[in-house]
Design a protein around this ligand. Structure first.
Ligand code: AMP
Length: 200
């Protein structure tokens, strides 16, 4: 299996690059943000709880996120080439939980790709996305909170995974296909995994 975390601040391009990873390596995509937005749209109990946090730009509590991930992996990991985790983990306790969840399925995390983008560009991208898609948490007040949460709770994961020898930092500003080439080069160097089609 090839299990990857796509890591980065909100607006860093995780969704865009996940789609390319899935295509090129045949991986299963787990986006916790999309999963939660789907629950909100369907009006489930989980959606109602999640909405209270998401609308303020706060994180859903770690215990709840671990339960959600446990359930998703139990139902989806069998027979897959591997998984791209997009938007998870977002805290050190979530990273510890992820280790246990993957171990439970007899597998491990192979690499963490960190998309590094300057903050001004993140803000511009999210405002544009909000205008184009109507995504509710892409408004300036919530964006500021999400960036603050990223700084205080999520960015320490860079050190965490660097110490584990798993972090691959990639410049996430520029042309989408070129950024993906850097990601794929990093994955190949770290794991030996090869993409399906040649470089752009
Ligand atoms: P995203 O689509 O990844 O930007 O996530 C949107 C929102 O969903 C975040 O701002 C959080 O409120 C919530 N969320 C997504 N993933 C997580 C996670 N791993 N832990 C806690 N909250 C999350």
């Amino acid at each position: 299996m090839l299990n990857l975390v796509l890591f980065g601040a909100p607006g860093s391009g995780k969704g865009t690059q996940s789609a390319k990873l899935i295509d090129q390596y045949g991986l299963y995509h787990i986006s916790t943000g999309e999963l939660l937005r789907d629950h909100i749209a369907r009006g489930t109990e989980l959606g109602k709880t999640a909405d209270k946090y998401i609308s303020k730009g706060q994180l859903i509590p770690d215990g709840l996120m671990t339960q959600i991930l446990d359930d998703v992996l139990d139902h989806n990991i069998m027979g897959k080439n591997g998984v791209v985790f997009d938007g998870y983990p977002r805290t050190i306790p979530q990273a510890e939980s992820l280790k246990g969840l993957l171990r439970k399925h007899g597998t491990d995390l192979h690499a963490v790709i960190g998309l590094e983008v300057p903050e001004e560009e993140l803000v511009q991208r999210m405002i544009k996305r909000g205008q184009e898609t109507g995504r509710a948490d892409d408004n300036i007040d919530t964006i500021k909170n999400r960036l603050e949460v990223y700084r205080s709770q999520t960015s320490p994961l860079k050190d965490f995974y660097t110490k584990e020898g798993k972090y691959i930092g990639v410049n996430g500003a520029g042309i989408v296909d070129e950024i993906f080439d850097h990601i794929a080069d990093g994955i190949e160097a770290a794991t030996g995994a090869k993409r399906r089609s040649p470089k752009h």
